[in-house]
Ligand binder design. Sequence first.
Ligand SMILES: C[S@@+](CC[C@H](N)C(=O)[O-])C[C@H]1O[C@@H](n2cnc3c(N)ncnc32)[C@H](O)[C@@H]1O
Length: 394
Amino acid sequence: MTGTEQPHWREFITRAVAEGRLLQVTFSQPRRKDIEARKISIRPLKLKSGLHFQLERLQGNKAYHENVPENAAGERLTQLMGDYRQALFKTREADVQLLANKKGEVTMLRGNPTGKTNEPVTAHNRLKSYVLPEGEPVPFLIRLGVTTPEGRVVKAKYDKFRQINRFLEMVADVLPDLPRGRPLTVVDFGSGKSYLTFALYHMLAIREQLPVKIIGLDLKADVIAECSRLAEDLAWHNLTFSVGDIAEYEGESSVDMVVTLHACDTATDAALLKAISWNASVILSVPCCQHELFRQISQPTLKPLLKHGILKERFSALVTDALRANLLETAGYRTQMLEFIDLEHTPKNLLIRAVQGPAGENRTTVWNEYQRLRDFLGVSPYMEKELLKMNPRP
Ligand SMILES: C[S@@+](CC[C@H](N)C(=O)[O-])C[C@H]1O[C@@H](n2cnc3c(N)ncnc32)[C@H](O)[C@@H]1O
């Protein structure tokens, strides 16, 4: 660590809290004998009522917890510096150590960051970076082997843990778009081992206390049986799993949110079509293995690109998603393309987030643009054909 020209330590604390940069703080070495807690650890905690900072005081061999609202945290941390000789502030950019001498003068030392986060910080996402913080035991994560019973992330599952958190951040963003005042229905198409389905239930039913039922659907009977057992063990009665093909699913007549993550090829389109047919308020979709257009694309002008298999594959995937997004817009959704975390580090890392409501552009303009791109590339997407059967004039 090195001492450098820095803002005064009080200002540093106030700003680190206000700018959402704090990952963890530890106060140690009490200055006086009457201070009972030998150590205080603090971390941000997102609660229903907003961002808080959780103080954990170690007194003897017991830990006591207190949640301090974000707007009071700066002052509280500054006061604590009056009680302890040492504090370590882990921020996104640096580890900052505050050391108080006997006269109470505080020195700041700055070192490389060791706090765990891979999320870029912005004012927009800072409240959502801690949906499932490390170190907090959560029953479903323990049962799925993502964390230890103490809440420590299992090394081999770290990517999964990050993926779950990233997904939940995206869910948190659309909570205001879900209907309120009545029970909600959510379907996860192609739920597979269902890490994200369990995470979704945890967020909506347990954390947000929403009256929700979630159904996971997959072709694989053995995987579905295993997920059903886990939901029963957790006593999550409103989380159920069914075996079936997305395109043929008739289990629900009204669905508020459709999730489809890494369902293969046109299974994603089938899920999007189901969502449109239900007028679902929210759709979250991470497409995967877009083979359909790869086989169809034909455009001589693009020969320098299409003659390379790997480029053609990536290009086809991008075109598939662009056309899907346009079709969703013609069906009355606002769509966004977001970066998702894919475990295999392949280009399959786009999430299409669609929320019901008028898009920026008029539907006819979007439909015309769609047709121009479709015809330029000589493709005939399955999703369009099925959509036209549902609604002849998008
Ligand atoms: C790569 S896994 C993804 C699992 C999970 N959604 C995730 O992102 O972790 C894709 C899953 O989609 C299922 N799937 C593919 N096509 C399907 C279809 N037409 N109907 C139902 N499930 C399907 C597969 O069985 C598989 O379990």
